[in-house]
Design a protein around this ligand. Structure first.
Ligand SMILES: Nc1nc2c(c(=O)[nH]1)N[C@H]1C(S)=C(S)[C@@H](COP(=O)(O)O)O[C@H]1N2
Ligand SMILES: [Mo]
Length: 511
């Protein structure tokens, strides 16, 4: 039993040594080649959509932490098994560790944009892991021999503890060295040193009253820490402005390549725009509003001159994620931007630093590519981008949405006046009307706050006179109508395949 424990511990120490020693190699070769990151990214790509949706719903912003934890737990179990197996058949345990290294190599070399040395960190780690496993395995547990009697386990155990202590300290040291190297190439400092030029076409000042400022009501401008984040990137891409190129090519008359400085030299516009995610459920919070600074994408298209049939712009991020946007939408006069700034600062790294895309009125998965490096003019018939390959619709204008922020669900109210308030959006069409009703009664028109344009969400409020409301639970419902005159449908639909529908409702109790 004790020997089994030693075997399992040996496996875990060997795996730790493998991962620790792979890190500095990965740091030298570049982002995304660390076995942990590469395997995690491969898992994200491989898991079926319902599982992924479950992950995002269940773990929210922690879905990546949950994923990494899962990868580590599986790895630890596998490592224990390798260690135990190696008690009897040393070569078999070593082969197990080597197999794990092979998985790392496979994951790293198949990443989009993998460099010629992507295999090296996993291979180096596996070599260290196998060596440690062979050297650490309890003596006397070699091939075919009986497990040592408990009396002789003493020296073997001391030797194991001593050696594994050395290995663990060494692996931790290597891991820390790897992180230090990674920081040297970190773009965080670069970002802080950037001074963005002022917009040639600044955002008009926000109208007074844009933000009613009620307790519990979403603020009009979303604080960065509360802005939802959705992407498939496990390690946030560290893309430097140094050597940055945005390529615009494909079915165009004159292809164009722009550096970061080229982008800043152009006429920049600043606009307040609400971005939202197709995965947002009724009542959900996957939307946020910010002041974005960027180059109008329309002006760039006018320069490259797309061919007549090039109806799709495929944008690509440095980590290979792809997104497809209708060419006609980008050219219809709306503020489609190649974004460099957010709320007066360079884009935060997790928001796509140094350059992302944004198109008001389209869900993020068809418009908002972060860490943008490539725009290819093609057709919808010729190419399906990342989420379209996974069944989501190729064209996805944002659906009209409204949400009750206050009162909170299941909160209690005194019989008396109750302020009902929330937010509604229908980017680029604009919100025309918001209505609220109580217990399925007649619809009441809410007061709308002013907005700077049709491209942002809109705050609304309605005073409910609950003086005569019967004590007990009451259901508040909201629905919005956009400026085309279309009212949100009552029917509830899930986000898949092109955005959720249905009225948001909240149950409150009147004393
Ligand atoms: N490179 C990259 N860009 C991406 C994504 C991604 O997975 N990778 N996800 C998109 C989706 S689905 C949304 S909703 C928005 C979210 O942008 P945010 O994280 O800044 O809120 O980014 C878009 N841009
Ligand atoms: Mo999204």
């Amino acid at each position: 039993m004790r020997t089994l424990g030693l075997g399992a511990a040996t496996g875990v120490v060997a795996a730790g040594a493998a991962l620790g020693s792979a890190e500095p190699v990965a740091a030298l070769i570049g982002r995304g080649t660390s076995p942990v990151v590469a395997v995690g990214l491969a898992v994200i790509d491989l898991v079926p959509r319902p599982v992924k949706d479950f992950g995002i719903r269940t773990f929210g912003a922690n879905d990546k932490v949950a994923l990494l934890t899962g990868v580590f737990v599986l790895l630890a179990l596998f490592a224990m098994a390798c260690g135990v197996v190696s008690l009897r058949r040393r070569w078999l345990g070593a082969a197990g560790v080597a197999l794990f290294g092979a998985v790392g190599v496979l994951a790293a070399v198949t990443r989009p944009g993998a460099g010629p040395l992507a295999w090296l960190p996993s291979l180096a780690g596996a070599a260290v892991g196998v060596t440690v496993l062979v050297f650490l395995a309890p003596r006397g547990a070699a091939v075919g021999s009986a497990p040592p009697a408990s009396g002789s386990a003493g020296p073997s155990r001391r030797r194991f503890l001593r050696l594994s202590g050395v290995v663990v300290v060494g692996a931790a040291g290597l891991g820390a060295a790897g992180r230090f190297l990674e920081n040297l190439r970190d773009v965080a400092r670069e970002r802080l040193s950037i001074a963005l030029p002022a917009a040639t076409d600044p955002a008009p000042p926000l109208p007074v009253g844009v933000d009613p400022g009620l307790p519990d009501l979403t603020p009009f401008l979303t604080p960065e820490k509360d802005f939802y984040r959705v992407d498939t990137a496990l390690a946030v891409p560290q893309l430097s402005t140094d050597g940055y190129r945005l390529r615009i090519h494909g079915r165009v008359r004159t292809p164009l390549t722009l550096t970061y400085a080229d982008l800043l030299d152009r006429d920049l516009v600043e606009r307040v725009i609400t971005l939202s995610c197709v995965s947002n459920e009724v009542g959900g919070v996957l939307a946020g509003t910010a002041r974005w600074l960027g180059v109008p994408l329309k002006s760039l298209l006018d320069e490259v001159q797309p061919e007549a049939g090039a109806d799709q712009i495929v944008s690509r991020s440095v980590d290979g994620w792809t997104c497809g946007t209708p060419t006609s939408v980008v050219r219809d006069g709306r503020d489609a931007l190649i974004v460099v700034g957010m709320n007066g600062k360079p884009l935060p790294i997790e928001r796509g630093y140094p350059v992302r895309m944004l198109v008001p009125g389209l869900y993020g998965y068809v418009s908002a590519t972060k860490w943008l490096v490539d725009l290819e003019l093609t057709s919808f018939a010729a190419f399906d981008p990342y989420w379209v390959q996974r069944g989501w619709k190729a064209k996805a204008p944002i659906k009209t949405f409204s949400r009750i922020d206050t009162p909170r669900p299941l909160s209690g109210s005194k019989a008396g006046p109750v302020t009902v308030a929330g937010v509604a959006w229908a980017q680029h069409r604009g919100i025309e009307r918001v209505e609220v009703r109580v217990d399925g009664g007649t619809w009441n028109t809410a007061t709308l706050a002013p907005v700077p344009s049709a491209d942002t969400w809109r705050m609304w409020r309605w005073e409910w006179d609950a003086t005569t409301a019967a004590p007990g639970p009451h259901t508040l419902e909201v629905r919005a109508t956009d400026r085309t005159g279309a009212t949100q449908p009552e029917r509830r639909a899930k986000p898949f395949p092109d955005g959720a529908t249905g009225w948001h409702s909240v149950v409150v109790t009147v004393d």
